[in-house]
Write a protein that binds this ligand. Structure first.
Ligand code: NAD
Length: 485
């Protein structure tokens, strides 16, 4: 094993989990065994929650302008350790080094946003009648939990850590058991940045820990990012226990390409969107709807795809099961009449034969009823469907139960606005393949891509991580008494 066994992080220390059940952590890049991760049981969670609960009163009372000083230092430490964090992220997740660097740079931006929270959460005060003031303030919730997926070992934890903690909460992070290593480094950097012990804790595990988080009486709020199947389970269980919950699920994002789209720019965006992070992004384009004759653009997409080389500018998918699942989708679509223009099946990277790579794959003449057109494939694959009108394209997009993102490629502003208005998705791109809103704008899909109110990042996250206190105040007896106060 390249690294020692993974440990939980409780009250500022790495501690062994209360379990002998471990899962192997294997690098998708080459099959190397990196470490093993414990599947903690509920008693480990209880310890972490107790530490967080103990730390909460002191942390909540610390003025926010002091709390964010930790995140100024954390941001600097992320920048200082960018190379090393990127390396670790690539090793455990399989993405390329430059994709990992982008992930850490995004984490820097997330920490930077948290530093601006004092400017954003000033309350409101108004004299509502003579001598009587109403005021509002944002108050932290207490102990909160963040359950995260495998595809962004650093960025998705950083969607929640800086904002929830800067706003005065204490957190339990439950990393993905497939990529548990980066989280430990984040814990070390938070400690080095001056975060008091107990404010941030990590408990590793799988179903048992997630269920225990949803059931724990001292956890006030749960955020979840992962597949829709598990998002629904977590949302139901946490809210059944009267917790606040925001659960982000999977996606099936459609790119609608109109004949007037700029060919080179469109092809580059489509290829980058479907293949970035080996297609393992909830914002990845996995379906393209060709509106009218865009054969000249499809030809350019094929050329772009051929320049994407596994092991060079294309990373690995997370494991063997994923590779097999993605390849099954391609084969099934081909058997049902779709035409594979670029085929990424059976990819082996020389020198990394145990890596789990799928090459870039472009499939044309996919029908909306095929599984590859409807389901989340989560691999570097784009399925092209053909329609005659924008309304037919929208009907395909809107028939899909997900609603994370949709994009349109066109030079026609009216057509773009029509798609913005009529696509049932939370994040829309115009000539942008991965329409992720950057801070201070918030991130979040619609429909089966998100359960709960509000978004997970940006300004919208303030409402999720705090509760509003309203006070009505009168000092001067001359104010008198009226029917409202
Ligand atoms: P996943 O749902 O399998 O796992 C997510 C988390 O849930 C992990 O921490 C895992 O340990 C836990 N988990 C797994 N099975 C569980 C069960 N039966 N009960 C309770 N907890 C369980 O997701 P994943 O494979 O790690 O990540 C990929 C998925 O995440 C994709 O569907 C992707 O679209 C989605 N995702 C969505 C967003 C978004 O913003 N909407 C962002 C990133 C990833």
């Amino acid at each position: 094993m390249k690294y020692p066994p993974v440990q939980n992080f409780v009250n500022g220390q790495f501690v062994a989990a209360d379990s002998n059940r471990f899962l192997q952590v294997v690098s998708p890049l080459n099959g190397e065994e990196l470490s093993k991760v414990p599947m903690s049981s509920a008693s480990s969670l209880n310890e972490a929650v107790a530490a967080a609960k103990k730390a909460f009163p002191g942390w909540a009372k610390t003025p926010i302008k002091e709390r964010v000083q930790v995140f100024f230092r954390y941001k600097y430490l992320l920048e200082k350790h960018l190379e090393e964090l990127s390396q670790l992220c690539s090793e455990e997740n399989g993405k390329t080094l430059s994709e990992s660097k982008a992930e850490i740079e995004k984490s820097v931006e997330l920490a930077e946003f948290a530093c601006s929270l004092p400017q954003l959460i000033t309350g409101e005060v108004l004299e509502v009648s003579k001598g009587v003031e109403c005021r509002t303030e944002h108050v932290p919730l207490g102990v909160v939990a963040s359950i995260v997926p495998f595809n962004f070992p650093s960025m998705v934890p950083n969607w929640t850590i800086p904002n929830a903690i800067a706003l005065g909460n204490c957190m339990i992070l439950k990393p993905s058991e497939k990529v548990p290593l980066s989280a430990g480094r984040l814990a070390e950097l938070l400690k080095e940045a001056g975060l008091p012990d107990g404010v941030f804790n990590i408990v590793h595990g799988d179903v048992e820990i997630v269920e225990a988080i949803c059931d724990h009486p001292d956890i006030q709020a749960v955020s979840f990012v992962g597949s829709t199947k598990i998002a629904k389970i977590v949302y139901q269980r946490a809210t059944h226990n009267y917790k606040r919950c925001l659960a982000l699920g999977g996606a099936k994002n459609h790119l609608m390409v109109l004949p007037d789209a700029i060919p080179g720019m469109t092809a580059q965006n489509v290829a980058a969107s479907m293949s970035g992070c080996a297609g393992q992004r909830c914002m990845a384009a996995s379906a393209m709807v060709a509106v009218g004759n865009v054969d000249h653009i499809i030809q350019k997409i094929v050329e772009e795809a051929k320049n994407i080389v596994p092991g060079k500018n294309l990373g690995a998918v997370i494991n063997k099961e994923s590779k097999e699942r993605i390849e099954r989708y391609i084969t099934e679509a081909e058997e049902q009449g779709a035409k594979v223009l670029v085929d990424g099946r059976k990819t082996v990277v020389q020198g990394s034969e145990n890596g789990t790579y799928v090459g870039p794959t472009v499939i044309d003449f996919v029908k909306p009823e095929m599984a590859i057109a409807k389901e989340e494939v989560f691999g570097p694959v784009i399925s092209i469907m053909r329609t005659n009108t924008v309304d037919e394209a929208l009907a395909i997009e809107n028939a899909n139960p997900y609603g994370n993102a949709a994009s349109v490629f066109t030079q026609n502003g009216g057509a773009a606005r029509y798609i913005i208005d009529h696509a049932s998705a939370g994040m829309i791109g115009v000539n942008v393949g991965v329409p992720v809103p950057r801070e201070p704008f918030s991130f979040g899909g619609w429909n089966d891509s998100k359960f709960g109110v509000g978004d997970i990042t940006g300004k919208s996250s303030i409402e999720f991580w705090t509760k509003l206190k309203k006070s009505t105040v009168k000092w001067n007896p001359e104010a008198g008494v009226n029917w409202m106060s």
